[in-house]
Write a protein that binds this ligand. Structure first.
Ligand code: UD1
Ligand code: CA
Length: 487
């Protein structure tokens, strides 16, 4: 397209959302509504994009600029209708000749391909105005497309201005229109506001073009949901469900197995690879990326995570975490930002991690908190270990060396370093560095006080059991030096 201008209308209040957040900023499938529209617009590679803002314009402008830094923002101080909004937009840029597309900011299912096909047909037919229309079962609220008995488009009449007979018409204007730029510039000042709403209707341009003997036409879109807007939260949820269904279906066509599409939620910007399997109750959000053959779920939420090929993530909640190839996570793991797990590593059951680099083949299998830590490759952290990273004022780091094996129920009081190949006994509180290869034990040797139960709890079941016990276990020594678990 030679000289394409797109105007996105986003000045209206969206009062039916009943929200302190502007309508077009409400999220659906990982983007704001207007974010979806801008993505579709961007796909057409237009020469310029103008966004018309009004209500809560600081918030809306900042958001739009973030998504599209080279956008032109036009401010419509008072919302006097779509015709007025487009006039404000046209006054803020030098469009010249070419094509102008007008779209609304609240149609999250809109696709770039549809806009492109619409614009191409408009240009090929050399029309002054084209309407992206649709035939819907319930046309209430929409502008109706009026046609002559020969089928030529005559005008668009708005719901409130329509006769009962006109209200029967099921071909509606989606609100997306294409214009010859020169015609639009001439027509805008001629639009009046003598109508039921007292607004300047952009749709009046159709009649104006007809009156001037110019060509007008409508391009009916089969997939009308693409042009549907959400006015309240119930409609937004409906559109969100439909958009999710489309995204999930697309991934299945691209080689992803989804056991239960109805309980699988995938945001628009997620990237998956072939032979990924997603089990029920899984949400893949934000910019999450999943590598080949990985299996995610059931009951897992991952936001902005990177999951390596062949990894397995079961019943986990993760944000900004990077999981290595063939690594294993869960069940019941909480991966907080800055978690990095190496190749074939393990973050196991009831384990919380944060700002933690866990090396290749290193394992934290059970019931642990790992915060602000560096764990070397092949290390094994015993069950129930707490990386005590916070002294009440500051956070500190713990380093565990390569192939270190630490005992169960340890506390590592940061800052502290456990050297390569070192070990710790069960229940150790590590407050001082452990040199490579050393075994750290704390708490002193165990003392047994013989006959304690019989003496201090006479007559109880406990004392009875002690009294009648056969005891041929031998020396008072436990099994291994460290009491560590490796399973
Ligand atoms: C509009 C169309 C109608 C179409 C329908 C599709 C007109 C007159 N009517 O009606 O034919 O069937 O969309 O949804 O165009 N806006 C501004 N500034 C304004 C007024 C509106 O930016 O002064 C924006 C709104 O924020 C919204 C869009 O324009 O994004 C459409 O406005 P809205 O008031 O919702 O128009 P409808 O009555 O739905
Ligand atoms: Ca509307």
């Amino acid at each position: 397209m030679d000289n394409l201008t797109v105007i996105v209308l986003a000045a209206g209040g969206g009062t039916r959302m009943k929200s302190k957040t502007m309508k077009v900023l409400h999220p659906v499938c990982g983007r704001s509504m207007i974010g979806h529209v801008l993505a579709a617009v961007q796909a057409m590679e237009p020469q310029r994009v103008v966004a018309v803002v009004g209500h809560q314009r600081e918030q809306v402008s900042a958001h739009i600029l973030q998504l599209m830094p080279d956008v032109v923002l036009a401010v419509q101080e008072k919302q006097e209708g779509t015709g007025h909004a487009v006039r404000v937009a046209m006054e803020s840029v030098d469009v010249g000749s070419g094509t102008v597309i007008v779209a609304a900011g609240d149609t999250p299912l809109l696709e770039g391909e549809s806009l492109r096909a619409f614009a191409q047909e408009h240009e090929a037919a050399q029309r002054a105005v084209s309407i992206l229309s649709g035939v819907v079962p319930d046309p209430f609220g929409y502008g109706r497309v009026l046609r002559t008995p020969e089928g030529d488009v005559e005008a668009i009449v708005e719901e409130k201005d329509a006769t009962d007979e006109q209200r029967e018409i099921r071909e509606i204007s989606s609100g997306i229109l294409a214009f010859d730029a020169a015609f639009l510039a001439e027509a805008l000042p001629k639009i009046g506001n003598d109508n039921a709403k007292g607004e300047y209707y952009l749709t009046d341009t159709v009649q104006l073009a007809r009156d001037a003997g110019l060509t007008v036409g409508a391009h009916a879109i089969d997939d009308v949901r693409q042009t549907e807007g959400a006015n309240d939260r119930a409609q937004l949820a409906e559109l969100g469900k439909e958009l999710n269904r489309r995204i999930v279906t697309r991934w299945m066509r691209d080689g992803v197995s989804v056991m239960d599409p109805a309980t699988t939620w995938i945001d628009a910007d997620v990237a998956l690879s072939e032979d990924v399997t997603i089990l029920p109750g899984t949400q893949l959000l934000g910019a999450t990326v999943v590598g080949e053959d990985a299996v995610i779920g059931p009951d897992t939420t991952l936001k902005d995570c990177e999951i390596g090929a062949g990894a397995r993530v079961v019943r986990a909640h993760g944000e900004l975490a990077v999981i290595g190839e063939r690594a294993s996570v869960g069940p019941f793991s909480y991966l907080r930002p800055g978690t990095q797990l190496g190749v074939e590593g393990k973050i196991g059951t009831f384990v919380e991690t944060k700002n933690a680099r866990i090396g290749d083949r290193a394992k934290v299998p059970h019931l642990s908190y790992v915060g602000d830590a560096e764990i070397g490759e092949g290390a094994n952290i015993g069950a129930g270990t707490i990386f005590a990273n916070y002294d009440g004022v500051q956070k500190h780091r713990t380093t565990v060396g390569r192939h270190a094996k630490t005992g169960s129920n340890n506390t590592f009081v940061a800052p502290v370093t456990i050297g390569d190949g070192a070990g710790t006994g069960g229940g150790t509180v590590v407050r001082r560095n452990v040199p490579p290869g050393a075994l750290a034990v704390s708490g002193g040797p165990q003392r047994n006080l013989p006959g304690w139960a019989q003496r201090s709890r006479p007559g109880t079941a406990q004392a009875e059991a002690a009294e009648s016990a056969r005891w041929d276990t031998g020396p008072e020594v436990g099994q291994g030096p460290s009491g560590g678990e490796e399973s």
